[in-house]
Design a protein around this ligand. Structure first.
Ligand code: PLP
Length: 368
């Protein structure tokens, strides 16, 4: 019995192999492995894709979040003592969001999520925002943009965690905050062949600061304006990303078709809660259902050759690494309840109807 994989990166590679190999040959022939025209080209193309003025390529998505936040703090003079460095963010996210906040000198102020889509609850975010708030980070988890209309009016700048939402829109609109950070980790909708990330912004000033920070605080070689890092987008990764970006709209469309097919195939299975349909706006990085006895169901699916994931099993406030925030069980009940029931089903552009039927048949057999 062949497995139904959770993601199939080889299938995506097969579609771009020719361009990627030609691009690698070009870079290797020149021996220009850092920065260069492929990085600049990708930045231009990704900014255009995102409807943004600037894209700055970086080493990974966590650095993108950290540098974006540092740039916001820098712009507001908030990197001095006594400045507003609280950062309002959801408890249900990948740990990197909180990590980046702490690394940038901020303090995560966690809020619970909406029980329907598990994205940041705008009312709770508003209640948590005050004079000490330096930024707000909605996380566009699973491929759906979080609601932002109220967040944008609260005052502090909004940094969007767009690692899972490449190509998503909401009410016809794309990224709307001061700056957004994304990740090109291999399994993301736009994935590199290793680590990579970027920030996207309409602000010349923020883009310039992030550009400085990614390259040792320097615009002119050996002249260092600010304290920086080494977090450049790798040139070979830029080659991969340029080849894949041309296919991203089509791949997102295939994900939408797969999500619609899951909705049909899984309808009526007892105990299952399916994600709400979202027309053409969602890019379905993950297809997350909720099931009773989740761990047992996941184990039975694995026995039947079906690979699943959990995004994420432990909310940020219950992670030992964030013990210093002083939270305990019960503080964010929606995120906690969801963490015990969510299950991410196989989802990738090339998933076949037959593979999806096997997932549905297995779930029906286990739960029916
Ligand atoms: C992947 C991801 C990140 C971090 O990206 P890396 O490139 O792995 O550092 C941050 N936030 C979210 C929501 C992610 O899914």
């Amino acid at each position: 019995m062949t497995e139904v994989p959770f993601v199939d990166l080889a299938a995506a590679h097969a579609e771009v192999e020719r361009q990627v190999r030609a691009g690698f040959d070009r870079v290797m022939a020149k021996g220009a492995f850092v920065q260069g025209p492929d990085v600049a080209g990708f930045e231009r193309e990704y900014a255009h894709f995102s409807g943004a003025v600037h894209c700055v390529g970086l080493g990974n998505g966590t650095d993108a979040l950290e540098l974006a936040l540092r740039a916001l703090f820098h712009e507001r003079g908030a990197d001095g003592p006594g400045a507003a460095t609280d950062v309002v963010m959801p408890a249900n996210t990948f740990v990197a969001t909180a990590e980046a906040v702490v690394r940038a000198g901020g303090r995560p102020v966690l809020v619970d999520v909406d029980p329907d889509d598990l994205l940041i609850d705008q009312d709770l975010a508003a209640a948590a925002t005050g004079p000490s708030t330096g930024a707000i980070i909605p996380v566009h988890l699973y491929g759906r943009l979080a609601p932002m209309e109220r967040l944008l009016e609260l005052g502090p700048p909004v940094l969007e965690d767009a690692a899972q939402s490449q190509g998503a829109v909401r009410d016809g609109r794309g990224l709307a905050g001061a700056i957004a950070a994304t990740s090109f980790y291999p399994g993301k909708n736009l994935g590199a062949y290793g680590d990579a990330g970027a920030v996207i912004t309409g602000s010349d000033e923020l883009a310039r600061t992030v550009r400085l920070m990614r390259d040792h605080g320097s615009e002119r070689k050996y002249h260092h304006e600010i304290l920086g890092f080494n977090s450049r987008l790798d040139t070979l990764q830029a080659v991969v990303l340029r080849a894949k970006l041309r296919r991203l709209d089509g791949w997102n469309e295939q994900r939408r078709a797969a999500a619609a097919r899951y909705a049909e195939l899984l309808a009526g299975i007892p105990g299952l809660v399916l994600p709400r349909p979202a027309g053409g706006e969602h890019v379905w990085h993950l297809y997350v259902i909720r099931v009773p006895r989740r761990d047992e169901v996941a184990a039975r699916l694995a026995e039947l050759g079906i690979r699943t994931g959990i995004h994420y099993p432990v909310p940020v406030h219950l992670q030992p690494a964030f013990r210093h925030l002083g939270h305990g069980p019960g503080d964010f009940p929606v995120a906690e309840a969801a963490a015990g029931r969510i299950l991410s089903l196989p989802m990738f552009p090339q998933i076949t109807e037959e593979q999806q039927r096997r997932v549905a048949d297995a779930l029906r057999k286990i739960l029916g």
